[in-house]
Design a protein around this ligand. Structure first.
Ligand SMILES: Cc1cc2nc3c(=O)[nH]c(=O)nc-3n(C[C@H](O)[C@H](O)[C@H](O)COP(=O)(O)O)c2cc1C
Length: 486
C-alpha cells in the first residue's frame, strides 16, 4: 500500500483549513522534528513523493534501533496531522494512475497502516459498502469531474476510486470475490496474483471497506449490536445529510439556480371536478374558547377510537385553517415564498395537504387537495379503490384498531427544496413533516378530535390518486384524523 500527499478532496472543505499538504508537512516537522532530527529529514523527503507505507515503517524501526528512540512518535504525529487535514491518499501501486484502487480521504481521522492480509482469513465487503458512479460535479449539461466507479461506505473515512481502464477487470473481479467472501486462495484461483491481491486487501481492510470473517462466516460488524441495527440506506442518508463524515456539498448552496427553474411557492391547482369552500372559523371565538397551551400539550395524545362521532366538514375546515392555510405570500431575492402556521426549513413550505375523506359529514367521500390560499378542498377523485387503499393502509398502520374518518397525506414537491439544498434536501423535508405533525396534533387536541400520526403510507397509491410523477411530488407523511371519541 502506497501513500501520498493530497489536497483535501471534495467540495465542502473548510475555507479556514490549510490546503497545501507540503506546507503542513514542513510545519509539523519543524515543530516536533527536533526530537528525532534524522527521521524528520528523511520523512520530509520521503513524503514528497508516493511512498510505500512499509518503507516509512522500516525507516522508523531503523531509527529507533539507532539513536532516535522518538522516531515513532515523530512519524505517527506527522502522519496523523496530515490525515487530520485529509491530506493523505493511498493507492495499491506507487503510481496512483496505475492503481486498481485509490483511497481519497473524505473525513479527518488518524493515518492508516496497511497490515498484511492474513493468508488464512476470509475477507468480505462491509455490508455498508456500495459501488456507484462517481457523480461529483454532476449538474445538468456538465460531465462528472472524474466519473468512474467508486466504492464507499458511510463507515469509512475514505472514498475508494476503482480503476476504469483495462485493469478494471481485475478490480471488479476482486470486488465480486469480496462480495461473497474471499481469502488469498480464492484470489489465486481467480488468477489474481498475490502481488496484486495483497495491497488490495491491506488497503480496503485499513479503510474499513472489507472485514475479516470469523469461523462462523461473520464479521465484527455483523456481530456488533449497534451496526446490526442500521440498514444500509438509513446510515448512508444519516451520514450524507449531516456534516463531518463526507466531503460532498451540503447546505443551502442554491445549486440549481440559473440552471433549472425553481418550483413555485404555491402549488398550481391539480385537475379537479368540484370545489368545496371551507368555512373560515371565527378566530376571536376560537381564542375565547380554546384550552390553554399548557392544557393542550398535557392532553395531546394519539387517539384511535372505534366508537366516535364522525368528523364534520366544519371541523375539517377549522383544523386546516389552524394548521395548513397560507397566511401570506411574498417575493424576495431568493424567490417566491409563503408563510403558514407551522415552521419550515428554509421557508420552503414544499408540502401540501391532500385529504382522503371517508366519513366526513357534509363532504362527499373522495380524494381532495387542500387549496391553502383560498381555503377550499378541490375534489381530485371521487371515492375509488385507491381511496379505500389509503384508508386501509392507515388502519393497518394503527394495527387495525380503528378505521379513520379521513387521512391527511403530506405531498412534498421535492425539487422546491433540492433546488436550494445539497445533501440535506430530503432530510429537511422529513423534519418539516414532523413540524406539521405537531401542528396537527395540537390543533386536533384543542378541538377534541382524534389525531394519530402515521409512519407509513404508499407512494404508489398517492401517485395513482394525484397522477403525479413520484420523483416530482410524493407522499412523505400521513396523519389519521377522526371525530371526537365517544
Ligand atoms: C412520525 C410518527 C409516526 C407514527 N406512526 C404511527 C403509526 O404508524 N401507527 C400508530 O398507531 N401510531 C403512530 N404514531 C403515534 C405514536 O405511536 C404515538 O405518538 C406514541 O406512541 C406516543 O403516544 P401519544 O402520541 O399518545 O403520546 C406515530 C407518531 C409519529 C410522530
Amino acid at each position: 500500500m502506497f501513500m501520498s500527499l493530497c489536497r483535501p478532496p471534495g467540495r465542502n472543505a473548510d475555507p479556514q483549513s490549510p490546503a497545501d499538504p507540503t506546507a503542513v508537512l514542513d510545519e509539523v516537522l519543524a515543530s516536533i522534528g527536533t526530537s528525532a532530527p534524522n527521521t524528520a529529514v528523511a520523512l520530509a523527503d520521503m513524503l514528497r513523493a508516493p511512498v510505500a507505507r512499509s518503507a516509512v515503517d522500516a525507516l522508523v524501526l531503523e531509527a529507533m534501533q539507532g539513536d532516535e528512540p522518538l522516531a515513532a512518535v515523530v512519524a505517527s504525529r506527522t502522519l496523523d496531522t496530515l490525515a487530520a487535514h485529509r491530506m493523505l491518499a493511498y493507492a495499491t501501486t506507487e503510481d496512483a494512475g496505475e492503481a486498481l484502487f485509490r483511497l481519497m480521504p473524505v473525513a479527518a481521522g488518524p493515518a492508516i497502516s496497511g497490515a498484511e492480509a492474513d493468508p488464512d482469513t476470509v475477507y468480505r465487503l462491509s455490508r455498508f459498502a456500495q459501488v456507484r458512479m462517481d457523480d461529483d460535479g454532476i449538474s445538468p449539461g456538465r460531465l462528472p469531474a472524474e466519473g468512474g466507479l467508486i466504492l464507499e461506505s458511510p463507515l469509512s473515512r475514505f472514498r475508494c476510486h476503482i480503476a476504469t481502464d483495462a485493469r478494471s477487470t481485475t478490480a471488479m473481479r476482486s470486488l465480486a470475490l469480496l462480495g461473497s467472501g474471499a481469502g488469498l486462495d480464492a484470489f489465486h484461483r481467480a488468477r489474481i496474483t498475490e502481488e496484486e491481491c495483497k495491497p488490495i486487501l491491506a488497503m480496503l481492510l485499513a479503510a474499513g471497506l472489507i472485514c475479516p470473517l470469523d469461523a462462523e462466516g461473520l464479521s465484527a460488524e455483523d456481530r456488533d449490536p449497534v451496526l446490526r441495527q442500521w440498514s444500509v440506506h438509513d446510515l448512508v442518508m444519516h451520514v450524507r445529510a449531516r456534516l463531518g463524515r463526507h466531503d460532498q456539498p451540503i447546505g443551502g448552496d442554491f445549486r440549481f439556480k440559473n440552471i433549472v427553474d425553481p418550483v413555485p411557492a404555491i402549488r398550481p391547482e391539480p385537475e379537479h371536478t368540484a370545489r368545496v369552500p371551507l368555512p373560515v372559523p371565527d378566530e376571536a371565538a376560537m381564542a375565547a374558547t380554546d384550552p390553554s397551551l399548557s392544557q393542550v400539550i398535557a392532553a395531546r395524545a394519539s387517539v384511535r377510537p372505534q366508537l366516535r362521532r364522525h368528523l364534520t366538514l366544519q371541523e375539517l375546515g377549522t383544523f386546516l385553517w389552524r394548521t395548513a392555510r397560507i397566511t401570506r405570500s411574498f417575493e424576495s431575492e431568493a424567490g417566491d415564498f409563503t408563510a403558514r402556521p407551522y415552521p419550515s426549513g428554509g421557508g420552503s413550505y414544499e408540502q401540501d395537504v391532500w385529504v382522503t375523506a371517508r366519513e366526513v359529514a357534509g363532504l362527499p367521500p373522495g380524494f381532495y387537495f387542500y387549496a391553502a390560499t383560498t381555503h377550499e378542498l378541490l375534489q381530485v377523485r371521487p371515492w375509488n379503490a385507491e381511496c379505500e387503499a389509503m384508508i386501509g393502509q392507515a388502519s393497518t398502520a394503527m394495527a387495525g384498531t380503528t378505521v379513520p374518518d379521513a387521512v391527511l397525506t403530506l405531498g412534498s414537491r421535492f425539487q422546491r427544496v433540492s433546488w436550494k439544498y445539497s445533501g440535506m434536501a430530503y432530510a429537511t423535508q422529513l423534519k418539516n413533516a414532523g413540524a406539521i405533525y405537531m401542528a396537527f396534533y395540537l390543533a386536533a387536541t384543542a378541538m377534541g378530535l382524534s389525531p394519530c400520526g402515521l409512519g407509513l403510507g404508499s407512494i404508489e397509491v398517492f401517485a395513482r390518486l394525484t397522477g403525479c410523477r413520484m420523483e416530482r411530488e410524493g407522499s412523505v407523511g400521513e396523519f389519521a384524523l377522526s371525530g371526537p371519541p365517544a
